[in-house]
Design a protein around this ligand. Structure first.
Ligand code: T46
Length: 136
C-alpha cells in the first residue's frame, strides 16, 4: 500500500433484517471525525479528486456501486477498487488521489478529520511531487 494508507474491513452485523456497518474513531483511526460528505450522480467518464491534502485524513467507503481510487505518493501508484459498503479505505495526508470509473450508481461516502479548508488542498501535481520528495 502507499504511505500509511490502508484498506480495512468495516465492522458489520448481519441478521435476518439486513446488515449494519459502523466505524468509530479508535486506535486504528486516531482522529476526530469532523465532516461527512458524499459523491453521487458522478458520470462514469468523469475523474474526481486530482489533488492531495497537506493534513487531512480521510476514510472512503463506497456505499453503492463501485469506484476505482488511484493513490500516488509522488513515486509509487496503486489502484484500489471500492465496491462494497463493508470495505473502508484510509487515506493519510500527502497522498495524491484520482477517482475514476464511478459505476452502477456509485455513492462514495467520505469521513474527514477536518472541516472543509481549501488551503489544505494541493491541486498542482508538480507542486505535490516537489513537496512529497521532502517527506521521509
Ligand atoms: C477528496 C475527494 C475524495 C465544499 O464546499 N465542502 C466540502 O466538504 C467539500 C469536500 C467540497 N466543497 C466544495 C469545493 C468545490 O467547490 O465542493 C466543490 C467540489 O469539490 P472538489 O472539486 O474538491 O471535489 P472532488 O470530488 O474532486 O474531491 C472531493 C474532496 O474535495 C477531496 O477532499 O479527497 O472528494
Amino acid at each position: 500500500m502507499i504511505g500509511n494508507c490502508k484498506t480495512f474491513k468495516i465492522n458489520s452485523i448481519t441478521d435476518t433484517r439486513g446488515s449494519l456497518s459502523f466505524i468509530e474513531s479508535s486506535d486504528d483511526f486516531p482522529f476526530e471525525f469532523k465532516r461527512l460528505y458524499y459523491l453521487y450522480n458522478v458520470p462514469s467518464c468523469e475523474v474526481r479528486g486530482a489533488h492531495a491534502h497537506k493534513k487531512l485524513e480521510q476514510i472512503l467507503v463506497c456505499l453503492n456501486g463501485s469506484v476505482d481510487v488511484i493513490l500516488f505518493d509522488g513515486k509509487d501508484k496503486t489502484k484500489i477498487t471500492l465496491s462494497s459498503p463493508d470495505l473502508g479505505l484510509y487515506v493519510c495526508p500527502m497522498i495524491w488521489r484520482d477517482l475514476h470509473n464511478f459505476k452502477n450508481d456509485a455513492v462514495l461516502a467520505v469521513i474527514a478529520s477536518e472541516h472543509y479548508d481549501e488551503t489544505d488542498y494541493i491541486r498542482d501535481i508538480n507542486e505535490f511531487i516537489k513537496l512529497a520528495k521532502h517527506i521521509d
